[in-house]
Design a protein around this ligand. Structure first.
Ligand code: HEM
Length: 421
C-alpha cells in the first residue's frame, strides 16, 4: 500500500516537473545542459527555484517602488506644513475668501485682481487690521495662500494616481490597501478641515475693537494635528517598505543573553513610545501658542517676566478654559511639555547606553536627541525674536524633523516584540 502511494506521488511529481519544463520553454537550454542536471526532477526544481526567486525579487522591487512613493508623499506633506506655517506667519491665510474643490482661478489681469480685492474687503481682516493694504501687498498674500492650497491639491493628485495604479496592478503588500484607503480619507478630510479653519477667520463675529480676526486656535490645532498624523503614517509605512524590519531584530542589539535583557529592552521601547506621545502633545500645544499669538508675550526664558509661574495664568473662568484660550497658560504649558520632552529624550539616550546599541537604532536615538535640543533652542530663539517669520518657520519645520526621528526610532524598535523569549 505504502509503495503504491509513493509510486503515485512520484508519478504526479514527475508530471508536474515535466509541465514546468514544458511551460517554461527556457531560453537557457544550453546553460542548463552545461550544468549537468541529471534528472527531470532536478531541472524542475531548478526552474521552480528560479520562478520563486524571480517572484520574490519582483515583489521586493514593487515594495521599493511603493516605499519611495510613500516617502515622497511624506516629503510633500512636510513641505505643506512648512508652507502652512509661512502662510500663517505672513498673515496670508485669510486672503482667499472662497473655496473650490478643484482650485481657485488665479486672476490673470488687473480687473480680475481688483475683483478679488473687492471680495477681500468685505471680510473682518481687511476691515479691522489691513485697512491700508495696497493691491500689490494683497497680491502677495493672495499668492502665498494660493500656493499653499494648490500644494495640498498636488498632494491629493500625487497620492491618488499612483495609489490607483499600484492597487490595479497588485503591487500593494497585504494590509496596504486598508492603509491606502485610510490615507485617502485623511487627505480628503485635511482639505475640508483647512477650509473649515479658514472660515472661522472670515466670520463676522469679531465685534469689539480689541478682537483680532484670526482663525480659531482649536481648528488650527486640529489642522496641524491631522497633518502630522498623515505625515507620520506616510513615513512609517514608507519605512516598513524600505527597511525590512524582520531582519533587524538582532542587528540592533549586540545581545549576549537575550533572556536577561528582554525585559529591559521592552522598557526602552516603552520610553521611546512615550517620547513619541509627548512630542505629539508638545506639537499640538505649539499650535495653540501659534493660534493665540502667545509667542508675543513673556519673551524671556526660563522665567516668564521674572517669575517661574506668571500671575495671570488662571484668570479665565471656568479654569479649564485657560488651557486653550489664555495665551499665558498656553505658553506656559508649551514650555512645560517641551522641557518634559527634553528630559525624557535625554533619559532615553542615557539608558540606551546600557544596552550597547549598535547600527541604525543607535543612530536614530542620537538623531532624536540632537533634534530635540535643536528644537528647544529654536523655540527659545523664536520667543526672543518676538516670533520672527524665519525663526518661527524653522521652529515649525524643526518639529517635523524631530517627529521624523522619533518615528524612525519607534520603527527600529518594532522588532523587539519579535525577539525570542
Ligand atoms: C520639544 C520641543 C518643542 C516642540 C516639538 C515644539 C513645537 C512647536 C510647534 C509645532 C509650534 C507651532 C508652530 C506653528 O504652527 O506655526 C510651536 C510654536 C511655538 N513654540 Fe515650540 N516647540 C518646542 C519647544 C519650544 C520651546 C522650548 C519654546 C520656548 C519657550 C517654544 C516656543 C514656541 C513659540 C514662541 C511658538 C509660537 C510660534 C509662532 O507663533 O509661530 N517651543 N512649537
Amino acid at each position: 500500500m505504502n509503495i503504491i502511494i509513493k509510486g503515485f506521488l512520484f508519478r504526479q511529481f514527475s508530471i508536474l516537473s515535466r509541465s514546468f519544463v514544458l511551460k517554461i520553454q527556457h531560453p537557457n537550454l544550453k546553460k542548463l545542459k552545461s550544468m549537468n542536471l541529471n534528472s527531470k526532477i532536478e531541472i524542475a526544481l531548478y526552474h521552480s527555484d528560479k520562478i520563486i526567486s524571480n517572484f520574490t525579487s519582483r515583489h521586493s522591487l514593487s515594495n521599493k517602488i511603493v516605499g519611495y512613493w510613500l516617502l515622497s508623499c511624506s516629503g510633500m506633506v512636510f513641505v505643506a506644513v512648512t508652507l502652512g506655517g509661512i502662510t500663517r506667519l505672513t498673515e496670508s491665510g485669510l486672503s482667499i475668501v472662497t473655496w473650490k474643490l478643484l482650485g481657485e482661478k488665479i486672476p490673470l489681469n488687473e480687473v480680475s485682481w481688483l475683483n478679488e480685492f473687492e471680495k477681500y474687503k468685505q471680510f473682518p481682516e481687511f476691515k479691522m487690521i489691513n485697512t491700508n493694504i495696497t493691491l500689490q501687498e494683497f497680491k502677495q498674500i493672495w499668492l502665498m495662500e494660493y500656493i499653499h492650497r494648490m500644494w495640498g491639491r498636488l498632494i491629493g493628485i500625487s497620492f491618488i494616481i499612483p495609489a490607483s495604479y499600484f492597487w490595479i496592478n497588485n503591487m500593494l503588500k497585504p494590509g496596504m490597501k486598508k492603509n491606502i484607503l485610510i490615507l485617502g480619507i485623511l487627505i480628503g478630510c485635511q482639505g475640508l478641515l483647512g477650509w473649515y479653519m479658514v472660515k472661522s477667520g472670515l466670520e463676522n463675529d469679531f465685534m469689539k475693537p480689541s478682537d483680532i480676526p484670526r482663525v480659531s486656535q482649536y481648528r488650527l490645532a486640529a489642522h496641524l494635528g491631522l497633518a502630522i498624523i498623515i505625515y507620520t503614517k506616510f513615513l512609517y509605512t514608507a519605512l516598513d517598505h524600505l527597511i525590512p524590519n524582520e531582519t533587524n531584530g538582532f542587528n540592533i542589539f549586540k545581545l549576549k543573553s537575550v533572556d536577561k535583557q528582554l525585559k529591559l529592552l521592552k522598557r526602552l521601547k516603552l520610553i521611546a513610545y512615550s517620547s513619541k506621545c509627548l512630542i505629539f502633545f508638545t506639537i499640538i500645544s505649539g499650535a495653540f501658542v501659534a493660534g493665540l499669538d502667545a509667542g508675543l508675550i513673556y519673551n524671556t526664558f526660563p522665567k516668564m517676566s521674572n517669575k517661574w509661574i506668571p500671575d495671570d495664568i488662571l484668570f479665565l473662568k471656568p479654569l479649564i478654559k485657560n488651557f486653550t484660550e489664555n495665551p499665558v497658560t498656553v505658553q506656559f504649558d508649551h514650555r512645560i511639555l517641551a522641557i518634559s520632552t527634553l528630559f525624557l529624550v535625554t533619559y532615553l539616550a542615557i539608558i540606551s547606553k546600557k544596552y550597547k546599541l549598535c547600527g541604525r537604532a543607535a543612530t536614530a536615538i542620537l538623531a532624536v536627541l540632537i533634534s530635540t535640543y535643536m528644537q528647544a533652542f529654536l523655540g527659545i530663539f523664536t520667543l526672543y525674536s518676538y516670533v520672527s517669520t524665519h525663526s518661527a518657520t524653522a521652529h515649525q519645520s524643526g518639529s517635523l524633523v524631530l517627529l521624523s526621528t522619533i518615528v524612525w526610532l519607534c520603527h527600529e524598535m518594532k522588532c523587539i516584540k519579535k525577539l525570542p523569549k
